[in-house]
Design a protein around this ligand. Structure first.
Ligand SMILES: [Zn+2]
Length: 277
């Protein structure tokens, strides 16, 4: 194993309420409350327009280490051993930021805010789980191919550094970890609803062993901040056709296109040491 080590401690995470204008990956420090611009995924406010909609979003147009990317031609690496904690058996807040398809408002996703304090420590840096959310189709592609969906677990260290764990989703068996969340999808538009994460949630979302892609990227939503450590699980997790349809009936095409990799190296650890709770 490599010299550094990832471990996870459970810490306290203050409840985080995102500003009304914030998006899927926007974090409190980078909140854009007060901005007149409302980004989205339509022609006039979508990814191609983000960089010119607000001076603070210039990286969306000019950044050189942006996300997502196509996951291909990876360099083999041994990543540090990892432990990832996910919410389990805990009341969390589900924030459906906008409930109407095509609404040209901020934040087109289902987002579950963590209020219970999971943290992930990578090397000497501890990241708190802020929230997780969904995109359809996937933002990352593998050898040019999209998956039906992708989950992002957004972590933030003190000082603002970000790490995101990505989970690709393919069509398959019903996911019993997602089912309780989806049961409340229709009840949550525009408001925060208390939902209970089922026991064994991590096992449903991170089943079995999987390789992990790693690279340095960015937020995939404005302000497209860089310096984000990405860890994307190689093996997709399954949701049923109906579960995928339930999400895309509310949010579809809330994915940023893949960005140029440039000089960056994409790493893949085929057999990472990862413990997930
Ligand atoms: Zn995302």
């Amino acid at each position: 194993m490599s010299a550094s080590r990832i471990s996870v401690v459970v810490g306290t995470l203050t409840a985080l309420f995102l500003a009304s204008c914030s998006g899927p990956e926007t974090v409190p420090e980078g909140h854009d409350e007060g901005h007149a611009a409302h980004w989205g995924y339509e022609a006039d406010n979508g990814p191609d327009a983000w960089g010119s909609m607000d001076p603070e979003w210039i990286l969306c147009a000019e950044g050189l280490e942006q996300s997502p990317i196509d996951l291909t031609n990876a360099t083999e690496i041994e990543l540090p051993g990892a432990e990832i904690h996910t919410p389990s058996k805990q009341e969390v807040g589900m924030l459906n930021q906008e409930g109407v398809i095509g609404a040209l408002d901020n934040g087109h996703t289902i987002q579950i805010n963590s209020k219970t304090g999971e943290t992930m420590t990578v090397g000497d840096r501890s990241y708190a789980l802020v929230q997780f959310h969904f995109h359809a189709p996937s933002e990352h592609t593998v050898d040019g191919e999209h998956f039906p969906m992708e989950m992002h677990f957004v972590h933030q260290a003190e000082g603002g550094a970000l790490a995101v764990v990505g989970v690709l989703i393919e069509e398959g068996a019903q996911n019993l970890g997602i089912a309780p969340l989806w049961a409340q999808l229709a009840e949550a538009p525009g408001s925060e609803t208390a939902v209970r994460i089922p026991a064994g949630f991590a096992d449903y979302i991170f089943p079995g062993d999987a390789g992990i892609y790693h690279y340095d990227g960015s937020l995939t939503t404005p302000p497209c901040s860089e310096g984000v450590k990405w860890y994307v699980r190689e093996t997709p997790t399954q949701l049923s056709k109906d579960q995928i349809a339930a999400f895309t009936a509310i949010y579809d095409n809330n994915n940023r296109p893949v960005q140029a990799r440039g000089d960056r190296t994409l790493y893949l650890d085929e057999k990472p040491t990862v413990t997930i709770y």
